[in-house]
Design a protein around this ligand. Sequence first.
Ligand code: PLP
Ligand code: COI
Length: 343
Amino acid sequence: MDKANLDWSNLPFGYVKTDFHVESYYKDGKWSSLQTMEKDTIELSMAATCLHYGQEAFEGLKVFEHKDGTVSVFRVDENALRLQRSARKLVMQEVPQDLFIEAVEKVVQLNKRFIPPYGTGATLYIRPLLLGISGRLGVQPSEEYLFLVFASPVGPYFKEGLKPLKFKIEEKMKRAAPGGTGDVKVGGNYAASLRVTRQAQKEGFKEVVYLDAATNQYLDESGPANFFGITKDGKYITPKSETILPSITNKSLMHLAEHDLGMTVENRPVRVEEIHHLAEAGCCGTAAVITPIKSLTYQGETITYCETDEVGPYSKKLYDLLTSIQVGDVPDKYGWNRKIDIR
Ligand code: PLP
Ligand code: COI
């Protein structure tokens, strides 16, 4: 089948309607078999709990075409488990891991003409979504759920790609609080971040890095991605915090830094003052991949990590290694790629 007629190398991180999505409903105590749907709209009760009370969780993962034309999805089992954690936190019905993986594979097979060609830098982004759909007026969990998965071909989240970008440390506004939902992937966290990003962008920054809500002393993460720094002696440091999303990209980078690049990795609370002692900084995630931070502005002072648009050497090495594994150019020795049969 011919590929879709898209300008693959210049795709933004945006929604493109593909041919099909898949749906499963949880009703009467069980999940239905997957249905293939052509329309990209869904019908919902206007009283659905996802609409009023935020009973909604989602995932994001990527599918890559390799040089030999085969296709794989990165660490899909981890995303399945994370959606289950998100579901538990919002008292939603968990999606079985098998159903999650089957849905991802099916949506890729159905939309294979949208898988960006190897070498274009674009990927097929997969967005699984879990919604509480019972009509309720009281604040209560839903009985019925819709699990759907759609796909969209995308370029880098930050259109600049691997170019260093200016970030600020957000000193006042928060996206998540201890005991809340910052550690799961639910829509409310992103709703809370919109005003913060908008304000930062008005001030000339691309994004923010949040501080922990309890003490305002420790780095948390960025709105759409985790934060990492490289110390001047070459250590990979990244915040441990109960109010950030455990990133699968960051977990992978920590593993590669330690086992493949021989770096010391520190996953621990990171005091905000430590930004003064970093050689490189960046944020990481499925959509963001590695986005280098050019400078961080905090308390009126700007700390610059990249004088030019050149990326720091450790960030570059990590980026190259991760993306080479994902597209199959480097052996997948940790078994992170799951092949999908698209013949
Ligand atoms: N943090 C937040 C708030 C995110 O939305 C994401 C994206 O999923 C990440 C971190 C990165 O997580 P992952 O690497 O699993 O995509
Ligand atoms: C991802 O990286 O997959 C995400 O879901 C982040 C989102 C803000 C685009």
